[in-house]
Design a protein around this ligand. Structure first.
Ligand SMILES: CC(=O)N[C@H]1[C@@H](OP(=O)(O)OP(=O)(O)OC[C@H]2O[C@@H](n3ccc(=O)[nH]c3=O)[C@H](O)[C@@H]2O)O[C@H](CO)[C@@H](O)[C@@H]1O
Ligand SMILES: C=C(OP(=O)(O)O)C(=O)O
Length: 421
């Protein structure tokens, strides 16, 4: 069991190196498997547990993979992919396993999905994925635990997503990229990570237009080839380090953000956090007390649901009452109970939470229920008095690379331990 221990009270100062994006690298590994020959090279790969699981899963279906950790580089040769089975013991440990289906369909004519994991956030349906495959000509047999998708060649069609699903959009683009004819995906996701995946697929030879508009057109091609691609920076990792600077009254320079933090920056600015860009470096600091905030999560360019939990911690440390409305997932408030154990005052009703700050936080034993509640508890620990012990730290490691080392470099008192229980 992985456990983080955080002793609060230190202001974070220095330079934080932002990792490559988890939600871009996972579909890119799925995309690399579409190339029947050659070696794909992915750079700026975050060394996170989800990437390790993706490597294991790619190997389980016959791909040759090298993960060069210190170079943050993945080399993938998918020429020998030979098994359609995504085995439960790996596939159930992360969400990205769902992104292997298009490659298996194109390469082997079938995919046997023994399970899909990911954060436990309430309902996480996959109907848009499977309905989309069916409209492209696949046969989908949804058993209780195993899903079998078969296709002897896909044909382009018009697809509509009821809501702009992130992985749903990526999967349907990958399925359409090698289908016969034209596919139109209406109400497609707009997230920057989706656009980065489109960039990589385009380099591979795919013909995709309309990325970022909500209406994506894919002209099927005969074959895709292996390429080199650099994964975009992780805006969620960047957001967390910005919040860590803000709640500890420190000042951190973010290197590798490469993109604007968008609405997260504006919300933190409303709370009193100061941002200042100097060329490629984004400086974040906060001197005065934090002001309360209202947040409504939404698909891009709205406030990212993945930063809702970290922001709940920041709200607990603000002077006044903040309001949070979670609109993407129906079970994403598991953090509230844990934060309250530390002295916060968070009340949840349905999809809304009221955070009454500022209450002093005190370190205690708490549990990560998912990746983002885990990192939100690390933030709480940085601002709490005494020691906070965060159990189920594997969930944090799913999405943040070398977290303890990167935070220690900024002056945080944080350790990561592995124990029997
Ligand atoms: C690996 C990855 O990229 N994970 C991200 C991705 O997850 P993921 O792609 O799973 O999230 P989706 O965008 O698909 O899901 C958003 C909402 O749509 C619903 N839905 C989705 C698909 C479907 O077929 N039917 C359906 O009803 C889900 O139940 C959920 O309520 O986007 C989420 C929302 O930004 C992020 O929190 C995750 O970090
Ligand atoms: C929900 C998340 O991830 P996943 O979809 O991989 O479970 C997340 O990153 O917060």
């Amino acid at each position: 069991m992985v456990r983080y221990r955080v002793r609060g009270g230190n202001a974070l100062r220095g330079t934080a190196f932002i990792q490559g994006a988890k939600n871009a690298v996972l579909p890119m590994i799925g995309a690399a498997l579409l190339a029947p020959k050659g070696r794909t090279v992915l750079r700026n790969v975050p060394i996170i547990e989800d990437v390790r699981r993706a490597v294991e899963l790619a190997e389980a279906i016959g791909a040759y993979v090298e993960l060069h950790e210190s170079e943050r580089t993945l080399v993938i040769d998918a020429s020998k992919v030979n098994s359609p089975i995504l085995p439960a013991e790996i596939a159930r440990r992360f969400r990205g396993s769902v992104l292997f289906t298009p490659a298996l369909l194109h390469r082997l004519g079938e995919a046997i999905v023994e399970g899909v994991g990911g954060c436990n956030l309430g309902s996480r349906n996959l109907d848009f994925h499977y309905l989309g495959y069916k409209r492209l000509g696949a046969i989908v047999d949804e058993g209780e635990t195993v899903i079998h998708v078969k296709a002897s060649g896909l044909t382009g069609a018009t697809l509509y997503l009821d809501t702009p699903s992130h992985t749903g959009t990526e999967n349907l683009i990958m399925a359409a990229a090698l289908a016969k004819g034209t596919t139109v995906i209406e109400n497609a996701a707009l997230e920057p990570e989706v656009l980065d995946v489109i960039d990589m697929l385009t380099k591979m030879g795919a013909r995709i237009s309309g990325g970022g508009t909500g209406f994506i057109t894919v002209e099927g091609v005969e074959e895709l080839h292996a390429v080199e691609h650099t994964v975009m920076p992780d805006r969620l990792d960047a957001g967390v380090f910005a919040m860590a600077a803000a709640i500890t009254g420190g000042e951190v320079s973010l290197v590798g953000t490469g993109l604007d933090l968008g609405v997260v920056r504006y919300k933190l600015e409303q709370m009193g956090v100061e941002f200042h860009r100097q060329g490629a470096v984004l400086h974040v600091g906060c001197e005065g007390p934090l002001r309360p905030i209202n947040i409504i999560t939404d698909t891009y360019p709205g406030f990212a649901t993945d930063l809702q939990s970290p922001m709940m911690t920041v709200a607990a440390l603000a002077d006044g009452t903040s309001y949070i409305h979670e609109r993407i997932f129906d079970g994403r408030f598991a953090l509230a109970g844990e934060l309250n154990k530390m002295g916060a005052n968070v009340e949840v009703e349905g999809s809304r939470a009221v955070v009454r700050g500022r209450t002093p936080l005190t370190g205690t034993q708490v549990t990560a229920h998912d990746l983002r509640s885990g990192i939100a508890l690390v933030l709480a620990g940085l601002a709490a008095e005494g020691e906070t012990q965060i159990d189920s730290g594997y969930l944090i490691d799913r999405g943040h690379a070398h977290l303890a080392a990167r935070m220690r470099a900024l002056g945080a008192d944080i350790t990561r331990e592995i124990s029997e229980r």
